[in-house]
Design a binder for this molecule. Structure first.
Ligand code: SAM
Length: 157
């Protein structure tokens, strides 16, 4: 399997088991991961290691000390930022992903702050039935990264 160029970015994640699950997914699908600090736990956290197991060692993981530093590195690489948000209007299946996209996911307790939401022109939603608040962040990563990879593989780029 070819290693994709797609990246997953986690904004100040606060539940180590979710991050461990996402790192394991990234290891298996060949995706790179950005963690935008401060996270609500240390990378050596027991629950993160339990969920990510030995897969964590296989992930191309970059930690950024804050949002501004993450943005500097993303812009230097010329990557598009695509925010997954419960406040978005566009269903993720209607969005046209590109191979070098960075998919951004919010923190479990609060999503992303307003300034991040406002500065991200591409915003996508996993539609839910009325009255439900949100998916688990790791579930939303799996669904959206799966659709992005499907599109990218179909387009053959
Ligand atoms: C547990 S949710 C955050 C809930 C938070 N209270 C909020 O209102 O954003 C954590 C992250 O998972 C992603 N997420 C969860 N459900 C989603 C959905 N239905 N559509 C798009 N992203 C979703 C988003 O990136 C979100 O910031």
């Amino acid at each position: 399997m070819t290693i994709p160029d797609l990246r997953i970015a986690l904004f100040q994640p606060d539940i180590p088991g979710n991050t461990g699950t996402i790192l394991r997914l990234a290891a298996c699908l060949g995706l790179s991961v950005d963690i935008i600090e401060p996270a609500g736990f240390d990378i050596s956290d027991r629950n993160l290691k339990r969920a990510g197991m030995d897969y964590i060692a296989a992930v191309a993981l970059t930690r950024h000390i804050n949002w501004e530093r993450f943005e500097l590195s993303r812009q230097a690489e010329g990557r598009r930022l695509v925010l997954a948000s419960t406040k978005a209007a566009l269903p993720y299946t209607a969005f046209m992903f590109q191979p070098a996209d960075t998919l951004l996911f919010g923190r479990e307790s609060a999503g992303v702050p307003d300034h991040v939401h406002a500065s991200t022109p591409h915003r996508i939603l996993v539609p839910m039935v009325e009255g439900q608040r949100s998916l688990n962040v790791a579930m939303s990563v799996a669904m959206i990264a799966g659709e992005a990879l499907r599109q990218i593989n179909l387009s053959g780029t």
